[in-house]
Design a binder for this molecule. Structure first.
Ligand SMILES: Cc1cc2nc3c(=O)[nH]c(=O)nc-3n(C[C@H](O)[C@H](O)[C@H](O)COP(=O)(O)OP(=O)(O)OC[C@H]3O[C@@H](n4cnc5c(N)ncnc54)[C@H](O)[C@@H]3O)c2cc1C
Length: 416
């Protein structure tokens, strides 16, 4: 355990993008603070694993809304290279098995669904996004699959108002060395204790008392920056309990998205940053990014209930599924050229229990409830607390900065 103060003014719980952003803001003004993190590493759902010689983002990989993304500025400051090439989902997919005419038809169906969702959101009529599908449209299953990639969940469980609040400039960049590696690097030099999970926050006394797996801390304020599924499941308990927070967190559950990386033993004529769909007629389908950064790899993306089932089957079965999928489109000969590199399993990750948050239909205002401080001394950060950038690393980052500023403004000591 790193030597951190037992009694800081502010204790930050969770060293993901949100917690690290809060910590960096506190460090800027020389506040007394410490960060505790349950895992052996900082970064949380921002995680770059170096496997087979490649830095692979098993969590976030894209700097969405890149021109205004604070992590793009941090990347520049930290001298991480940024790749600005067009993402595969902005290009045509592989025409084998998905003719261009059908792709255009599908894209129009996607645009129409989005327009209806935006209209419903503007009218403030909340309902499951599935209600806005065109009855009988042949692309409905694939639109559902699209929702599992973007939201981690099928349209049935997605609030249209919440979805409508998401802001996206449409510009997406990448970090070849890994977005997770960047976020972890932003934790360097901070007073951070890893392998230290908070289990209880007692706010009955004058000072807050935080129980952890490494002993107790007291603090004047805490910033809680852990995923909603852990708050809802009371992995971290509040004493006295905070029913509004528990309810808000349970209405903002983490959906699921998983990645699987396959190696190709030669490029096989596949385009750099190409895209391939495993199917077109069902929600349970993989989407494949061919040769990211020109590497001899295929990055599969799987979402929602489908990903949950694949995860449960284990890495080998997950890879077999993906190889079957790809061989189904590119031909059986591909099989012998593909092998498993690694895959994620975010639903089974005990410190995430999912990938990114969505609001259940009818509960679009719960993000504000989650974000609201308690007694001016328990502050909440994390992607789920963001009104317009939820589900992203930059959204998490911004909530961390905001929580730190709120903690400093509300009477806590600022600069010495
Ligand atoms: C597969 C996948 C793909 C994604 N793609 C993108 C993308 O391309 N672009 C993008 O912007 N975003 C993407 N995201 C989302 C992005 O990764 C997250 O929104 C963001 O990283 C969340 O940051 P956070 O700080 O809110 O939470 P987390 O990163 O989950 O951080 C919370 C931290 O709290 C710790 N913790 C949990 N419980 C405790 C406890 N009791 N005590 C102490 N510590 C605790 C956790 O270990 C974790 O480190 C993706 C996510 C996944 C999973």
């Amino acid at each position: 355990m790193v030597d951190i103060p037992d009694n800081p003014d502010i204790l930050v719980i969770g060293a993901g993008a949100a917690g690290l952003a809060a910590a960096r803001r506190l460090a800027q003004v020389h506040a007394s603070f410490a960060v505790i993190e349950a895992r052996a590493r900082p970064g949380g759902r921002a995680w770059t694993a170096v496997v087979g010689g490649y830095p692979l983002d098993l969590g976030c990989g894209w700097l969405h809304s890149a021109q205004t993304n604070p992590l793009a500025d941090e990347a520049a400051r930290k001298k991480f290279e940024i790749d600005r090439s067009l993402p595969p989902w902005r290009k045509d997919a592989d025409a084998r098995g998905f003719p261009m005419k059908d792709q255009r038809d599908y894209r129009r169906a996607w645009a129409r669904l989005h327009a209806r969702m935006e209209d419903a959101a503007k009218a403030r009529v909340d309902r499951p996004a599935r209600d806005l599908l065109e009855p009988g449209n042949r692309w409905n299953p694939m639109l559902d699959a699209g929702s599992t990639y973007v939201n981690g969940v099928e349209l049935e469980k997605l609030s249209v108002i919440d979805f409508g609040r998401y802001e996206d400039s449409g510009v997406n960049w990448r970090v070849p060395a890994g977005l997770g590696a960047l976020v972890a690097a932003l934790g360097e030099g901070l007073p951070l204790a890893c392998n230290c999970a908070a289990t209880r926050i007692d706010h009955s006394g004058k000072r807050l008392r935080v129980d952890t797996t490494q002993g107790g801390f007291t603090a004047r304020a805490v910033i809680v920056a852990i995923p909603t599924n852990l708050i809802a499941g009371e992995a971290l308990r509040f004493s006295p309990s905070l029913p509004d927070k528990l309810q808000a967190a349970s209405r903002l559950p983490l959906g699921l998205a998983d990645k699987l990386f396959l190696a190709i033993d030669d490029a096989r004529g596949l385009p750099v940053d190409g895209r391939l769909y495993g199917a077109k007629d069902r929600a349970a389908m993989g989407s494949y990014h061919l040769r990211p950064f020109g590497r001899p790899l295929i990055e599969g993306y799987f979402g929602g209930a489908f990903a949950r089932g694949l995860e449960a089957g284990g890495a080998r079965a997950f890879a077999d599924y993906a190889i079957d999928d790809i061989a189904g489109v590119l031909g059986n000969d591909m099989r012998k050229h593909l092998s498993l590199v690694t895959c994620s399993s975010w639903a089974r990750d005990p410190f995430a229990l999912g990938s990114y948050s969505h609001a259940l239909p009818g509960y679009s205002d719960e993000r504000a409830t989650l974000a609201k401080p308690v007694e001016e001394r328990i502050f909440f950060a994390g992607e789920a607390a963001s009104k317009h950038d939820f589900s992203t690393a930059h959204g998490a980052w911004r909530t961390g900065v905001a929580a730190a500023e709120a903690a400093l403004e509300r009477g806590l000591p600022g600069p010495p």
